[in-house]
Design a protein around this ligand. Structure first.
Ligand SMILES: [Mg+2]
Ligand SMILES: [Zn+2]
Length: 183
């Protein structure tokens, strides 16, 4: 690829079912269309996960629980020939006002710098308004997924004037539209 493009993925509610602070491997369930969708994009994009994990800060699960769970997801994707380059997570609670919690763009900047990504040609996909704000703040295109929390927050999104590039309820359909817009 001549320019390097990324798909930055929220994890819970976007790639996997959002089961509220999930960390047990038996609770890991991929959402429909995720494998097919990522396969469809991987020739043209590098994949990254950026996830807010305040369950760590709240003491619901440990950092090592998080790694175990996330590594399992990475392994399942690898078994399907899908490669996630890096996972970035924020372990803090909102009140800590850290620099790494979406919609703050520490991790987008890091992805751009470390991987030499053209951010305006890249996408953020997520199911929470903060994912869309993160993408907009970071300068990429966005897909709001009405999968996990997406439906519940659709009104907040509009009320706060946060406008995603695309809105979708199925991962594969979202990906098909990304491909169409990028060709
Ligand atoms: Mg989410
Ligand atoms: Zn943080």
């Amino acid at each position: 690829m001549s320019i390097r493009k990324a798909i930055i993925l929220d994890r819970d509610g976007t790639l996997i079912e959002d089961k509220d602070y999930a960390y047990k491997i038996e609770d890991l369930k991929l959402l429909p269309g995720v494998i097919e969708g990522l396969k469809f994009l991987q020739q043209d994009y590098l994949f990254f996960i950026v996830t807010n994990q305040s369950g760590i800060g709240r003491g619901y699960y440990s950092e090592s629980d998080f790694f175990q769970f996330n590594n399992h997801l990475i392994k399942v994707l690898e078994e399907n020939q899908i490669r996630i380059e890096e996972t970035f997570y924020c372990p803090h609670i909102k009140e800590e006002n850290c620099e790494c919690r979406k919609p703050k763009i520490k991790y987008i900047k890091k992805i751009v710098d470390d991987w030499n990504i053209s951010i305006k040609d890249s996408w953020m996909m997520g199911d929470h308004p903060s994912d869309i704000q993160f993408g907009i703040n970071g300068g990429c295109k966005t897909v709001y997924m009405i999968t996990g929390h997406g439906k519940k927050h659709l009104r907040d999104l509009k009320a706060n004037g946060i406008i995603p590039t695309l809105v979708h309820s199925n991962f594969l359909e979202a990906v098909e539209e990304i491909r169409k817009l990028d060709i």
